[in-house]
Write a protein that binds this ligand. Structure first.
Ligand SMILES: *Cc1c(COP(=O)(O)O)cnc(C)c1O
Length: 410
């Protein structure tokens, strides 16, 4: 009898008890809005910002309504104008080009390498061809490029970097926390990321003017003096009548849920890494499967796992994904012709009018993705890896292939 995995790829851990207690306290006093404080009270949101800034060694931090809102706020703080080109990864999730499009700006997409990081040679070519002055760099699925080379290139080109750290909150590159290389780092606290408040996000920076602009943009109603991880009032005084309110604040309920989770990030990284490394061991030598190398400087979180099926025909990949699904193993195929469950193929972002990117097409055609929630045990990972290796062997051996829609650019 063939074994079947019965766990859930989408079940996260519960909110820690301390977060539940703190959330109940906020619900009981009713002051959920971040600026609704009793005399002498410091809002949960302001405390969370201070604690997250300290964790990252950042001067300033702003809590926001989502990771997408954080990226849009960062772009606005850098005063990106409608129609302006903004560089970004072709391999990322829809909220990244969406944040650029939300300002009426124009995403200029950059090819991905087989290591799933941004292609620096193509980045340079796209920067020169477009004249873009901002890069929204997505550390998609936690794969971090050579950040020293990237920052040197962007400095040379006069390009400012916003880091999308939705998948690298808690990760480091040569000891530097992800999000601390560029001008602004953006994070998500959506349920499937590394801290869970349902929805939510952060932005961090060391630049006082950018921080003040971001606070005003988020909708601070001239109450910016109640922030603790923000610059002093004189920085705001120059800007407060100039910067529009684009309401996207975090609230005290989410902040209460998140505060105990900041201190858990490092332990979560160790637990995710044990799952990730178990999957790497389980899939080493699986037929037709190529694993993604992880550079030694990249202290990654490992909350999801990717591998390549290089050179596989679309029908064979589809058969493999269906075979795994029939045995309870939920895999996402980035090369699928139609977006299912999430949209990560650049060709589907019609509003960005993307040019064909042949290297990215080739990588995505064979790219498989799965979540590794912390509710998995190492035995679960071992079993999933066994099923994947067996199904890969079966799909490779299959002679008759059912036709599937070819994953061509549309
Ligand atoms: C989830 C995600 C975001 C944004 O997160 P939201 O909080 O859902 O807006 C940004 N980038 C990537 C790569 C993501 O996966």
């Amino acid at each position: 009898m063939t074994e079947r995995f019965t766990g859930s790829f989408t079940q996260q851990e519960p909110i820690p008890e301390a977060g539940i207690e703190a959330a109940l306290a906020v619900l009981r006093h009713g002051r959920l809005h971040r600026y609704n404080t009793a005399p002498g009270e410091i809002a949960e949101t302001a405390l969370l910002e201070e604690e997250f800034a300290a964790y990252l060694g950042a001067k300033y931090c702003l809590g926001l309504a989502s990771g997408g809102a954080a990226m849009a706020c960062a772009l606005r703080a850098l005063q990106v104008k409608p129609g302006e080109p903004v560089l970004s990864n072709a391999f990322t999730l829809a909220p990244v080009p969406g944040a650029i499009a939300s300002l009426g700006a124009r995403p200029v997409l950059v090819e991905v390498t087989e290591d799933l990081t941004i292609d620096l040679a193509h980045l340079e070519a796209q920067a020169k061809a477009s004249g873009a002055r901002v890069l929204l760099l997505s550390h998609m699925r936690g794969h971090v490029c050579d950040m020293e080379a990237l920052m040197a290139l962007c400095d040379r080109l006069g390009v400012q970097v916003i880091e999308d750290c939705a998948h690298t909150m808690g990760a480091r590159w040569k000891g530097v926390p992800s999000g601390r290389h560029g001008a602004i780092g953006c994070y998500s606290t959506q349920t499937y990321k590394h801290m869970n408040s349902g929805e939510g996000g952060f932005l961090v920076t060391d630049d006082a003017e950018l921080a003040a602009r971001a606070v005003l943009l988020s909708g601070s109603y001239m109450l910016y003096a109640r922030h603790r991880a923000a610059p002093p009032p004189e920085v705001f005084e120059r800007l407060r009548l100039e910067v529009p309110n684009v309401s996207s604040r975090m609230d005290n309920l989410r902040a209460a849920i998140l505060r105990p989770q900041v201190a858990m990030l490092d332990e979560r990284r160790a637990r995710w890494r044990a799952l990730y490394e178990g999957m790497e061991r389980g899939l080493a030598g699986a037929p037709g499967v190529r694993l993604i190398p992880r550079p030694q400087h990249e202290d990654y979180m490992g909350s999801s796992f990717q591998f390549l099926l290089p050179g596989w025909e679309a029908a064979r990949v589809a058969g493999f994904v269906a075979g795994a699904a029939a045995r309870g193993v939920e895999l996402k195929w980035f090369g699928a012709a139609e977006p299912a469950g999430f949209t990560s193929r650049y060709a589907h972002w019609h509003y960005a009018a993307p040019e064909p990117l042949p290297q990215t097409d080739r990588v995505l055609a064979g790219l498989i993705d799965m979540r590794l929630p912390l509710t998995f045990a190492t035995d679960d990972v071992d079993q999933i890896a066994r099923i994947i290796a067996e199904e890969a062997a079966r799909a490779l051996a299959a002679k008759a292939l059912a036709p599937v829609a070819a994953p061509v650019a549309d």
